[in-house]
Design a protein around this ligand. Structure first.
Ligand code: ATP
Ligand code: MG
Length: 457
């Protein structure tokens, strides 16, 4: 596994590139080299290396800038900074930007091997832990859902009751990253169905006909590609739970079929008219506002009423801020463990920032932020400057001096998303006082109310 490490070497000195290529490929590593920053960044994107060795002096940019560019959206790659004449300051800067290690030129390849072996070990440990976590995932119960807020306590109490009840349909509502997936698994694992299969399908990930054949199966010859009989998920899950994620994306025809399943507890394979009885619990989830979908006729009202009898709504994280500290502690411990770090605490300033942030990506975002910070942090206290700029307030307008209020992300951003974010920020700044928030935004209170409703804030 470790031998498949992909290594990118960025140096304008031909001899250095050559010696890396020779020495490391002899050891079985895959090595690729670049002689300038532009080429390096292009290679980085296509090649996705595990390890990058970068020199600070390149013809077109500084090695330090390359580290920053890589770290913009990648926390996994191990970067080793190579210095020749620089002082320690520069090396410290590199570490702060997220380098894993620095070496001074001239170096021996024994040093390099040592570093790479150390990295291999770290990657192996992480992979093993990921595997372990995946197995753990299968066993998720409500005890694994970290929370402290009264709201969540209440929701979990109700969900547990639903889990052990005979309810055959459950609807999970909540924004992206609030925990619908974990709830679905917990419901299954705390039900009498727990020894039977839990199957999950993301309804938005497949084209319509494929989705139907996944759900209901098909007879041999039902369509051109149907060479053999295939059982659908409802049959496979017999006695267990089918988790239909992103149910809001299902098309009309499939909705009708699903309604049939919910009402009659039978399915028909594609290409067959035989009704097969199924005993499954359907847990459906969506981050869409289904009432709106009903209004604009993209979701059937009758199906909605069938599904929503037992409805669990998970509020966004910013509406249950008491959960933030326990989630932070939990993920800090998790990633300490995963990356063999010993970060003992979160700096009070950082804690304050994390506690006040709006978390538009909810628990998933919080998890990612902690993971990133743990990786970047070299001391034993997690500091604010290892948080992303949208949290620590080191916004581009302060640091880039460009005069623009906003620094466009490379991949662009939708105006709507930006508006939602701005409205949220204004609301928080105004302590949720609508009059004040509308003043900050330069709009009327009615307009603000309308937009809050529109964005579900
Ligand atoms: N209360 C919680 N305690 C521990 N981990 C949580 C909690 N809530 C969410 N998570 C974790 O946060 C991440 C996102 O959660 P999950 O995938 O369940 O969100 P989701 O609501 O299904 O999002 P999406 O709508 O994008 O599918 C996962 O890694 C999950 O394990
Ligand atoms: Mg999900």
């Amino acid at each position: 596994m470790t031998k498949q490490l992909k290594i990118l070497v960025i140096d304008d000195e031909k001899l250095i590139r050559w010696s890396f290529e020779k020495n490391l490929s002899e050891k079985g590593y895959k090595v690729i080299t670049a002689e300038n920053g532009t080429e390096a960044l292009k290679l980085f994107e296509n090649y996705n290396p595990n390890v990058v060795f970068v020199d600070n002096h390149l013809p077109d940019m500084k090695g330090l800038d390359i580290i920053s560019r890589i770290r913009e959206d990648n926390v996994d790659t191990f970067i080793i900074f190579m210095t020749a004449y620089e002082t320690v300051d520069v090396a410290v800067k590199a570490m702060k930007k997220g380098a894993f290690e620095y070496i001074r030129k001239p170096f021996s390849f024994d040093e390099i091997y040592l570093i790479i072996e150390n990295i291999s070990e770290k990657i192996n440990i992480k992979n093993e832990l990921l595997l372990l976590r995946r197995e753990e995932k299968e066993k998720i119960t409500f005890n694994h859902i970290i929370h402290d807020s009264a709201t969540m306590k209440q929701i979990i109490r109700v969900s547990r009751k639903i889990a052990i009840s005979d309810a055959t349909t459950v609807l999970l509502l909540g924004d992206s990253g609030t925990g619908k997936d974990v709830f679905a698994r917990a419901i299954h694992n705390e039900s009498s169905r727990k020894t039977k299969p839990f199957v999950t399908i993301n309804c938005s990930s497949l084209p319509d006909t494929l989705l139907e054949s996944e759900l209901f199966g098909h007879e041999k010859g039902a369509f051109t590609d149907a060479i053999n009989l295939k059982k659908g998920l409802f049959e496979i899950a017999e006695g267990g739970t089918v988790f239909l994620d992103e149910i809001g994306e299902i098309n009309q025809a499939t909705q009708v079929k699903l309604l049939g399943v919910v009402e009659n507890r039978t399915i028909m394979r594609l290409g067959s008219t035989k009704e097969i009885p199924v005993d499954v619990r359907i847990v459906a989830a969506t981050n869409k506002n289904l009432r709106e979908s009903i209004e604009n006729k993209s979701f059937r009202e009758d199906l909605y009423y069938r599904l929503q009898v037992f409805q669990i709504e998970i509020p966004p994280l910013h509406e249950r801020r008491e959960d933030i500290p326990v989630l932070l502690d939990y993920f800090l411990a998790l990633f300490n463990d995963m990356f063999r770090k010993k970060i003992e605490a979160i700096d009070p300033e950082a804690k304050e920032l994390l506690g006040h942030y709006l978390w538009p990506g909810n628990v998933r975002e919080l998890r990612n932020v902690v993971e990133r910070a743990v990786i970047l942090q070299s001391g034993n206290i997690l500091m604010a400057d290892n948080l992303p700029c949208e949290i620590n307030g080191m916004l581009p307008q302060k640091s880039n001096g460009s005069g623009y209020l906003f620094n466009f992300p490379k991949e662009g951003i939708s105006l709507e998303k930006l508006e939602k974010q701005l409205i949220m920020e204004a609301l928080v700044m105004a302590d949720f006082n609508q009059t004040q928030a509308s003043k900050l935004l330069g709009i009327s209170r009615d307009t603000l109310r309308y937009k809050q409703k529109k964005y579900n804030l």
